[in-house]
Design a protein around this ligand. Structure first.
Ligand SMILES: Nc1nonc1C(=O)N[C@H]1C[C@@H]1c1ccc(S(N)(=O)=O)cc1
Length: 245
């Protein structure tokens, strides 16, 4: 997977690949991340990347000329890469979008600063606009790092245990089940006995029931989009009965 991140703050984005899953994936050649600074595509002596908005209004916008040059340079380098602009106006980010992007092999992530970017850049060179939430950040870099992290952990072999990403929340449209590790008892709270049983069929059934129940209680909206099979419906009914007792 090749990421190109267009940003005025490369060091901020590069910090995400310094450690952890993303850092190890890059070191192992599973993912490559290159930051490109639009300031390097300016032609004036002050390397100006922003300007005042036409029509007045607060703040500044990123200029279109240096952004278009930067995007086109990266398109030439990466070939068919999709250009994704991170902004509050974008499509709300979901796991399925990360999964699809992880299968594309490359992406150019455009990070806005100030009050955003000139609309003509979106008209001419942006393929998709994505939002990580209904709030305004000071820069799109944090959103880009969310995308880089979320995609990288889905790359084959990126996680230590092959099954990890598959068992994540949202992979099957459900929230994740509870997880436990040593010690068995802490502050009078025990690990659920089924997890100590060694009976993998029972453990799998318990985990599925917990995932279904948690989703029903915390995010019933997710169940609207999920077709439950008969056995899952029975598990969910059992869960809901158990919590009422
Ligand atoms: N939420 C987000 N999800 O992804 N990016 C997000 C974000 O806040 N980016 C902000 C820096 C950039 C930005 C872009 C557009 C606008 S504007 N004028 O269109 O409102 C305001 C701020």
């Amino acid at each position: 997977m090749q990421f190109s991140v267009i940003t005025l703050f490369p060091e901020l984005v590069e910090s995400v690949v310094a450690e952890g899953v993303v850092g190890r994936a890059e070191k192992r050649g599973l993912m490559e991340l290159k930051c490109v600074n639009p300031r390097d595509f300016t032609e004036d002596v002050h390397r100006t990347v922003d300007d005042r908005p036409y029509g007045g209004g607060p703040g500044m916008l990123m200029r279109p000329d240096c952004l278009l040059k930067t995007i086109r340079s990266e398109r030439e380098r990466l070939g068919k890469a999709k250009v994704i602009y991170l902004s509050p106006q974008g499509k709300p980010l979901e796991q399925s979008m990360l999964q699809a992007l992880s299968e594309e092999g490359s992406a150019i992530l455009l990070c806005g600063r100030y009050e955003g970017i000139d609309e003509r850049v979106i008209d001419l060179e942006v393929d998709e606009e994505w939002s990580i939430g209904d709030y305004v950040l000071s820069g799109g870099e944090l959103a880009a790092m969310v995308v880089v992290d979320g995609v990288t952990r889905l790359l084959p072999e990126a996680l230590g245990h092959k099954g990890s990403a598959i068992e994540d929340s949202f992979t099957d449209g459900l929230l994740d089940c509870p997880h436990y590790t040593r010690p068995e008892r802490i502050e009078d709270l025990d690990v659920p006995k089924v997890l100590l049983s060694g009976n993998h069929q029972h453990i799998e059934k318990w985990r599925k029931k917990q995932a279904l129940g948690r989703t029903q209680l915390r995010r019933p909206d997710l169940l609207q989009n999920t077709e439950l099979n008969e056995s899952d419906k029975v598990l969910l009914i059992e869960f809901m009965k158990e919590i009422k007792t």
